[in-house]
Write a protein that binds this ligand. Structure first.
Ligand code: ADP
Ligand code: MG
Length: 254
């Protein structure tokens, strides 16, 4: 296949033009950043694992009727997705206190929250992705009230479903960040889950020992970062058989 045109390089992924109009190829890198890019590094094999984990979780979500941008995985590091108009928000759901919620509000990490809490951050790296409220989102036109209603309804379903899915494999879904986009089809617009769902964007703790299996191992220098991601894939039953080292480079699967 001819080399595709690169459209965007982000912190964790690269977007290429897809084979058909309205499609993109999402390439998962091993690069890792934290604290709004203040900390940078690489996690060997992360891209392979996140590609596989995000594929799996998006497919399970599609099974229950959650619309997503995912079409199919192409190879170890790439997946075919539908191009959407990204809503410039990072939607965060929290079930247990951790990270910035704990530090900002003084709530001990690990405290179960009385109910799931949704937070919004404006996707703007120059402003360091500031937290915003619904009033900002609708007043500045980042999303219409109806769009935001859809985002909240989808987010709550995603949270309930993923919480159960992870609990079934001994993992507590503490919190996670997702992105949504607008997909236009036959004059209609639908809000769909976009980007990725992976240990880069979720806090995943072993439900018995509390051990962290997500990007906090990188953020907090806990070591065994790749092992954490690998353990998530292993428990989901999707550890790539060939291992995570794809030194041969991308290969078309289908
Ligand atoms: P960033 O550093 O901006 O977070 P990433 O490395 O995560 O970037 O690369 C993914 C980028 O692609 C993000 O900016 C994300 O909003 C965007 N994106 C994700 N899914 C889609 C999609 N289906 N259509 C268009 N853009 C997308
Ligand atoms: Mg991103």
């Amino acid at each position: 296949m001819a080399r595709r045109r690169q459209l965007y390089e982000g912190k964790a992924k690269i977007l290429f033009e897809g084979p058909e109009p309205g499609t993109l190829v999402q390439y998962f890198k091993d690069d890792a950043t934290a604290f709004n890019s203040e900390k940078k590094g690489t996690i060997t094999g992360k891209g392979v694992l996140n590609n596989r984990i995000s594929e799996y979780l998006m497919m399970r979500l599609m099974d229950i009727g959650v619309p997503t941008h995912f079409i199919r995985r192409l190879n170890m590091r790439e997946q075919l997705i539908r191009e959407v108009e990204i809503i410039p928000l990072e939607v965060v759901v929290r079930n247990v206190a951790a990270g910035s919620l704990s530090t900002r509000l003084g709530i001990a990490e690990g405290t179960r929250l009385p109910r799931s809490i949704i937070e919004y951050y404006y996707k703007n790296a120059a402003l360091k992705n500031p937290m915003v409220c619904e009033e900002h989102i609708t007043a500045f036109g980042w999303a219409a009230t109806q769009d935001l209603d859809d985002v909240v309804a989808l987010t709550l379903r995603i949270n309930d479903f993923l919480t159960g899915l992870f609990l079934g494999v001994g993992i507590s879904l503490v919190d996670f960040k997702i992105e949504f986009g607008r997909l236009y089809e036959n004059e209609e617009m639908r809000i769909v889950l976009a980007d990725e769902v992976s240990p880069d964007n979720c806090r995943l703790w072993d439900s018995k020992t509390g051990e962290k299996m997500d990007k906090d191992r990188f953020r907090r220098d806990l070591g065994k970062v790749e092992e954490g991601y690998q353990e998530v894939a292993r428990r989901l039953g999707i550890l790539p058989e060939a291992g995570v080292r794809d030194l041969k480079g991308p290969e078309m699967m289908q």
